[in-house]
Design a protein around this ligand. Structure first.
Ligand code: TYD
Ligand code: MG
Length: 451
């Protein structure tokens, strides 16, 4: 790309393109590519020599500012690190402002100086929200402001331990072209705030709306700048929300915190497996319990399948909470390796509670739910199922089997059908039924398929 020539960036995924086009070939979004600020011409002046330090040697663990809320602290890796920048992304209306106002109050209650900058709501609106959340007396300072220069001047003078900026898409840098929400604005604002955090040692949390239409630059374009990226997710119409660490320079990625939405704000869920399993009725065909792991946290959930004769030439395959490509693969492996066919049948698959499962470890549970639904035979009661299915029909062991079994035992399950690495599982109260081959597993649970 020529120096000084304009470049283009996808507002949805952050991919950089040399020329404009209607569709981003990196993420497939339409109308999301916008012009980025031209790259500056850099001068070839010589730099100064920087000091080098040996890698070996111990630094003390970074100090942490705990919120006192177990779920939030877990996702942050034990609390906020001073001087760090955190991005909290999520769909509009998912509950980000509520989460962060509650977090602000929690950090304030720990004695930290907290400033909540809102570019979306007036102070009076935020006070009303706080009153609804029972936080009317919280030790939080408010500012309704969108001009970043003024925000930074305020932070310089006040030196808070934590600044929350809701949202980064409303912030405006006067030195940069474009309206608030434009890629260049979002990037410049995030950069200035991150830089301020590093220099002054206060933590900054930025809210970023995820938008699909590309009108507003999504959080993706600033993910690389910040230390920690959290996504707040959940299905509309379901009461629980998951805060997931997708990147964390100061803790494990993949960690989740589980919250329940209530009229008085978000409540922590200490035992999410119980929430996702809900009230399981007597054994029904098509429903099986998957022992999953999210981050370091075991999580049991119910996988439900429905199989019905299809009136359509191309039967339907509908999935909620799992990957549809993966479902197609499991159906193909069942047909080719276990002799169980789904031709002429509509197949519906659902992860109960609105949870989204991404682990391949769910393969075996999905296969069991599908065959159970097809044959009308309930899966064994009191059992959890997990294992990854290979195209050959072999069932492969998955990580953290011990944690999965422990959680199953805790919730009253007494047996497990799964592939185990030899010696990977110690003493357990759950009866183990090792699975190595999909066909043998299907025949064992549901009988031999009709020829
Ligand atoms: P809000 O926090 O404003 O979402 P975001 O900042 O992500 O756009 O929440 C959206 C709506 O949901 C708001 O009207 C408040 C309501 N809500 C509750 O009633 N209880 C809750 O626990 C949460 C999280 C939200
Ligand atoms: Mg909001």
């Amino acid at each position: 790309m020529a120096r000084g020539a304009p470049s283009f960036v996808c507002a949805a995924c952050g991919a950089v393109h040399a020329k404009w086009s209607g569709r981003c070939d990196a993420c497939g979004a339409w109308n999301s590519i916008v012009e980025d600020a031209p790259r500056g011409v850099t001068s070839p002046a010589r730099g100064r020599r920087v000091a080098l330090a040996p890698l070996a040697g111990a630094d003390p663990a970074p100090p942490r500012l705990p919120s006192g809320g177990a779920e939030l602290d877990r996702v942050l890796g034990g609390g906020l690190v001073p001087g760090s920048a955190v991005l909290v992304g999520g769909d509009p209306g998912i509950g980000k402002s509520t989460l962060l106002l509650q977090a602000a109050a929690a950090f304030g209650a720990q004695g930290a100086k907290v400033i909540y900058v809102s570019g979306e709501e007036a102070a009076a609106q935020i006070r009303m929200r706080a009153a609804r959340l029972g936080l009317a007396d919280a030790a939080v300072l408010l500012a309704a402001e969108t001009g970043l220069r003024d925000v930074l001047a305020t932070l310089d003078a006040e030196t808070p331990a934590l600044t929350i900026v809701d949202s980064i898409q409303t912030m405006w840098v006067d030195a940069v072209e474009g309206a608030p929400g434009a890629v260049a604005q979002v990037r410049a604002s995030a950069h200035a705030l991150t830089d301020h955090a590093k220099r002054r040692g206060g933590a900054v949390v930025m809210v970023g709306h995820v938008t699909k239409d590309g009108q507003i630059a999504g959080p993706r374009v600033i993910e690389h700048m910040v230390d920690t990226v959290l996504y707040f997710e959940g299905e509309r119409g379901h009461q629980f929300r998951i805060l997931r660490a997708v990147k964390n320079r100061f803790g494990p990625a993949g960690e989740i915190g589980v919250f329940e939405m209530t009229g008085a704000g978000l409540a922590e869920v200490r035992n999410p497996s119980a929430l996702f399993l809900g009230d399981r009725e007597a054994r029904t065909a098509g429903a099986v319990v998957f022992a999953g792991v999210e981050g370091t946290r075991p999580l049991l959930c119910e996988i439900q399948a429905l199989v019905a004769p299809s009136p359509l030439g191309t039967p339907r395959r509908a999935v909620v909470g799992w990957d549809s490509g993966r479902l197609a693969m499991i159906l193909a492996v069942l047909e080719a390796r276990a002799g169980v066919g789904f031709a002429g049948k509509d197949v519906y698959l659902n992860v109960a509670g609105g949870l989204r499962v991404a682990e391949p470890a769910a393969d075996l549970a999905v296969a069991a739910a599908l065959v159970s639904a097809l044959t009308g035979t309930p899966a064994p009661g009191g059992a959890v199922i997990f294992g990854e299915i290979a195209l050959s029909g072999a069932v492969r062991p998955v990580a953290q089997a011990e944690a999965r079994l422990k959680e199953a035992a805790k919730l009253g399950f007494d047996r497990a059908y799964a592939a185990f690495k030899p010696g990977s599982v110690g003493e357990t109260a759950v009866a183990l039924n090792p699975v190595e081959d999909l066909r043998a597993f299907v025949e064992d649970l549901f009988g031999a398929p009709e020829p």
